[in-house]
Structure formats: C-alpha cells, structure tokens
Design a protein around this ligand. Structure first.
Ligand code: G3P
Length: 217
C-alpha cells in the first residue's frame, strides 16, 4: 500500500519524506488556500522534496480550460499528477490527458458508478472520500469495498486512492479492503506509530538497561 500525505505544508512533507515511508503528496484548492502560498510555487517546492506523485488540482470546470491548466501544471515537474473533478468535463479531460501519457487523479468520488466511469476514462487514481460520506451518516468504507470489487471484476488498472481519511482506523480498514493508496493528513499519518504499550514497554526497557550500567557504543 502506498502512503500519500494530504497537505500543502512543505515543512510537514519534508519531515515525513525523511522517514522514507512517503510515496507521494495530494493537495486540493482548500489545502493550497490554507498554505497561504502561490499554487504553482508550492507545487514546485513539493516536487523538489519528493520524487513521488504530487497531485495538483485544476480550478476550471470546463474541458478546454482544464486542459490548458493541466498543461501549465504538468510543466512544473515530471511527478505532477493532474487532479480533476468527477464531472463529465473532468472525465473527458482525464481521457485526453491519459492518452497523452499524463497521470491523473479523479477526485470528489462518492459512488461506485463514479469510480467505474473514472476507470473507463483511464484515470491513474480514483479518490473516493471516506470521511465526507461518514459525515452524512453513510459508510465511506463500504464505497472502498465496492470499488475494489468492481475494479477487480474487470481488471482495471486505476488505483484506489482512499481520501478524506480522518482516523487511524480508516487507514487500517482501507488496507484490509485492499485500497492501493491512502492519502492521510500529517497528524493522522504520524499517529499510526503510536501505541501506549509501545511507550510503556520502551520506558521499562530503558530503565532496566540503565541499571546494567552498560553502553553499546
Ligand atoms: O484531498 C482530498 C481529501 O483528502 C479531503 O479530505 O478531510 O477535507 O474531507 P477532507
């Protein structure tokens, strides 16, 4: 399973990249606005930090302008992935960009049929939003399950990029179902390592080690 971080905060990306566990970065217009930086500058900065895929989202809603924006964004770096909304114009743009060899991430997916359309459009990634479905009392994880079955039924290459991840359990459940990628906010990603028994056990080991008076180095 690939781990992407869902942020435009370059300090956080740098810190996670240093762990060697990061496979890429996703951004969206809200995260860009939160960063307070120029969109193209921040994407260029992120692409210097990581060689993994970096999703940059178009702002247009019509096909022609989406393609023009995609041309600008993909020129920033080789690892830019064009993020497109799940609309007919977005799917049409996905089909064209895919035929040109550009990687795509179709976003704002809330149904299995939408995911089926994105796969038919040749999307590199489909981004189903788990947390936002949970927010309206639907089962976000059930959507991941349905998409996995459909993609496996037909051998679609499109990777399931579980998005709108809010908890460590979302990561675990997406992994059990077989999502190809999770994109996770930095704090949630860091929380995956935490277990109280690990902390307690380490404290005990360190205290017993100190009693030996020994040193490894
Ligand atoms: O990047 C898309 C997605 O991960 C957004 O998450 O928490 O705003 O629903 P959230």
């Amino acid at each position: 399973m690939k781990f992407f971080v869902d942020t435009a905060d370059t300090a956080e990306i740098q810190e996670l990249e240093a762990t060697g566990l990061l496979d890429g970065v996703t951004t969206n217009p809200s995260l860009i606005a939160k960063s307070g930086k120029d969109f193209k500058d921040v994407i260029a900065e992120i692409c210097k930090i990581t060689n993994g895929d970096v999703s940059a989202e178009v702002a247009a809603t019509d096909f022609d302008t989406m393609i023009k924006e995609a041309q600008v964004l993909r020129a920033i770096a080789n690892n830019v992935v064009i993020k497109l909304p799940l609309t007919f114009d977005g799917l049409k743009a996905c089909k064209q960009l895919t035929s040109e060899g550009t990687k795509t991430n179709v976003t704002l997916c809330f149904s299995a049929n939408q995911a089926l359309l994105a796969a038919k459009a040749g999307a590199t990634y489909i981004s189903p939003f788990i947390g936002r479905l949970d927010d309206i009392n639907l089962d976000g994880m059930e959507l991941i399950r349905e998409i996995r079955v459909i993609y496996d039924n037909y051998g679609f290459d499109t990777e399931i990029l579980a998005a709108s991840i809010r908890t460590a359990n979302h990561v675990k459940d997406a992994a059990i179902i077989g999502a190809d990628v999770v994109t996770v906010p930095p704090a949630t990603l860091k929380s995956l390592v935490k277990h109280p028994l690990t902390d307690k056990g380490l404290d005990a080991f360190l205290s017993d080690w100190a009693k030996t008076g020994q040193s490894i180095l």
